[in-house]
Design a protein around this ligand. Structure first.
Ligand SMILES: Nc1nc2c(ncn2[C@@H]2O[C@H](COP(=O)(O)OP(=O)(O)OP(=O)(O)O)[C@@H](O)[C@H]2O)c(=O)[nH]1
Ligand SMILES: [Mg+2]
Length: 217
């Protein structure tokens, strides 16, 4: 049997699941929203961030991980998250909700400002252990995603692809999109060799993602 490149992450063992559960069982609190690199908190925790196109489900995923309905502001209006938002999960972890990219309808100067911040954050944050790059499971990797992945390659930031909205994928599209995503990831040296398939709606993949975050060192 040949192993597929970029397999979907398997369910963690019971002990690892428990570490993930524990990390997110405590309170997660909003620390601050940052609009410039100078506002970043000290880089003294294990930090993970959630990047992706506008509306892909970054804020909703943070809410699902933390079990809070409205910790991170999610909305149907693309461009909802406009700052780099820091959340404290336990005493050692930061979760970072990023502004979406690839949203064309916001005023250009505003978009330019977020994008510049997004890029300097992704390229220049020492304590960033892993970037989760969220991809809509219905649509696959778009050119803007590929651009961000290229930036992460250059910055040598390991990134892991998280497919979102798995509950919305039609069975007939699933294999095709996965294939497209795997081929796209194969071009990126910074891509972590496992994909996480998630749905914030059904909870699919959420315990796995919690465990992945909890076991980063
Ligand atoms: N069905 C379904 N809908 C989802 C899922 N995740 C997010 N959504 C919906 O997608 C929309 C956008 O979600 P957000 O979490 O605000 O997206 P975002 O990536 O934070 O968007 P920006 O902040 O604009 O970059 C909302 O209407 C969510 O309810 C999911 O797993 N399943
Ligand atoms: Mg958001």
């Amino acid at each position: 049997m040949t192993t597929l490149p970029f397999p979907i992450a398997e369910d963690p063992d019971a002990a690892t699941l428990e570490r993930g559960r524990k990390l997110f069982a405590g309170e997660t609190t909003f620390l601050k929203g940052v609009v410039a690199m100078s506002g970043l908190p000290p880089a003294d925790r294990i930090e993970v961030c959630f990047a992706g196109r506008s509306n892909v489900g970054k804020s909703t995923l943070i809410n699902a991980l933390t079990g809070r309905k409205a910790l991170a502001r999610a909305s149907n209006t693309p461009g909802r998250t406009q700052e780099v938002n820091f959340f404290e999960a336990g005493p050692e972890h930061y979760l970072v909700d990023l502004p979406g990219y690839g949203y064309a309808n916001a005023p250009l100067d505003v978009v330019k400002k977020w994008q510049a911040l997004l890029k300097s954050y992704l390229g220049g944050r020492q304590s960033l252990r892993r970037a989760f790059v969220l991809i809509d499971a219905r649509h696959g990797i778009k050119p803007v995603d590929d651009e961000i992945m290229g930036l992460l390659d250059k910055a040598a930031v390991t990134f892991q692809c998280v497919l979102t909205k798995a509950d919305k994928v039609k069975e007939k599209d699933r294999a095709r999109v996965l294939d497209q995503v795997r081929k796209g990831l194969a071009k990126h040296p910074a891509a972590f060799p496992e994909i996480v398939l998630t749905s914030s709606e059904t909870g699919q993949g959420i315990p796995t993602l919690r465990s992945i975050i909890a076991t980063l060192v």
